[in-house]
Structures are given as structure tokens and as C-alpha cells.
Design a protein around this ligand. Structure first.
Ligand SMILES: CC(C)(COP(=O)(O)OP(=O)(O)OC[C@H]1O[C@@H](n2cnc3c(N)ncnc32)[C@H](O)[C@@H]1OP(=O)(O)O)[C@@H](O)C(=O)NCCC(=O)NCCS
Length: 159
């Protein structure tokens, strides 16, 4: 099944919000995506298969570059499309765009109990560089009084 990664602009905010709601327990609004995409250095991608393009893209990614760094703000693949390389392809598109923007370091935060995401990032050469205690109290920290730690992961693009 061929997978296509395409840039997502301001006109895709409604779609991005719907995708976010399918990928995460808490949906970000269309307005939230409009604000995020309006930030300097922000960019996003959609992942579609021939089949999914008829209905809903398979996944999305949103990142922001600036000052030599690029933060991956959100990356999600709809449940039915997981484990088929879509997350890896979206991550690859972010890395390629970051290189074009002369980024030196890619950074992200991931919940310490999100094994799938941590495995995806490790496989893409991200390494843990820090930890924020009890950072997630919503989605990943739900039902836990102490919340869930965030792992900060980094991948350098320098030779
Ligand atoms: C994390 C997520 C984006 C992975 O997307 P995906 O399309 O399933 O990932 P891929 O198919 O490209 O898998 C890449 C690698 O990730 C790892 N991985 C993916 N799902 C995994 C799982 N459920 N358990 C363990 N490892 C997993 C594997 O190492 C895999 O490589 P392999 O297939 O060679 O073994 C997806 O599970 C998701 O959208 N989760 C909910 C949203 C989320 O948590 N986003 C990240 C927030 S930081």
C-alpha cells in the first residue's frame, strides 16, 4: 500500500483537529491548530494511503523550527493504521524538512509510559536527554495522582 506524505497548511486545521481526536484521548481544536500553524517556523504533514485519502488521512505530524532546534509538537497515527510504518514516514518527513531549515537538534517530549512512541523515536535515532517529573496529568497521567513523567528525547542532525 503506497503511503503519501504531504505538507498540511492553514486550510487543513479542521482535518488536523479531527485526526488529533482520533489519535489522542484529548482532541485539540481547529483554532488551536490554526494558532500553532501560525507560529513562525511551524510546519505540518499529513500521511495518506490511496484507501485512506477517500475518508481520513492515516496520520499527521506538527513541528516547529527555530534557533537551530526543531520541536516535534504532535505526531499521531489513527489506530487502524498503526504498525505499518506511517509514524516512521511522518518522522522522516519532519527530519527532511528540519535538514532543509538547517536545524541542528530535533527535540520532543513523550510520556514515560508511551512504549510505542518511545520505541518509534528510539528506532529513529532519538535518545533520552532529560525527564520532567509528573508532567502529564491529562491523557497519560489520567487517574494517577502523581501524573506521568515526560521523557525529553533528542536527535542531533549535525554530522
Ligand atoms: C506512536 C505512534 C505514532 C507510532 O506510529 P506507527 O505508525 O504505529 O509507527 P510505525 O509503524 O512507523 O512503527 C515504528 C516503530 O515504532 C515501534 N512501535 C510502534 N508501535 C509499537 C508498539 N505498539 N509497541 C512497541 N513498539 C512499537 C517499533 O519499534 C516500530 O518499528 P518496527 O515496526 O520496525 O518494529 C502511534 O502508535 C500513535 O499514533 N500513538 C498515539 C499517539 C502518540 O502517542 N503519539 C506520540 C506522542 S509523543
Amino acid at each position: 500500500m503506497s503511503l503519501e506524505i504531504s505538507p498540511a497548511g492553514a486550510g487543513s486545521c479542521a482535518l488536523l483537529a479531527r485526526l488529533h481526536g482520533l489519535c489522542f484521548s484529548e482532541a485539540w481544536t481547529q483554532d488551536a491548530f490554526a494558532s500553532l500553524l501560525a507560529m513562525p517556523g511551524a510546519f505540518a504533514f499529513l500521511a495518506s494511503t490511496e484507501e485512506s485519502a477517500q475518508q481520513m488521512p492515516a496520520g499527521f505530524a506538527l513541528a516547529r523550527a527555530g534557533g537551530g532546534e526543531c520541536e516535534i509538537i504532535a505526531l499521531g497515527v489513527v489506530p487502524a493504521r498503526r504498525n505499518t510504518g506511517t509514524g516512521t514516514a511522518l518522522l522522516g518527513a519532519i527530519v527532511a524538512q528540519a535538514r532543509l531549515l538547517c536545524v541542528e537538534d530535533l527535540l520532543l517530549e513523550v510520556a514515560a509510559d508511551n512504549a510505542a512512541a518511545i520505541a518509534l523515536y528510539r528506532a529513529a535515532a532519538f535518545v533520552p536527554v532529560g525527564r520532567r517529573k509528573s508532567y502529564y496529568r491529562g491523557e497519560h497521567g489520567a487517574g494517577r495522582e502523581d501524573g506521568v513523567d515526560a521523557i525529553i528525547m533528542r536527535r542531533t542532525l549535525l554530522p
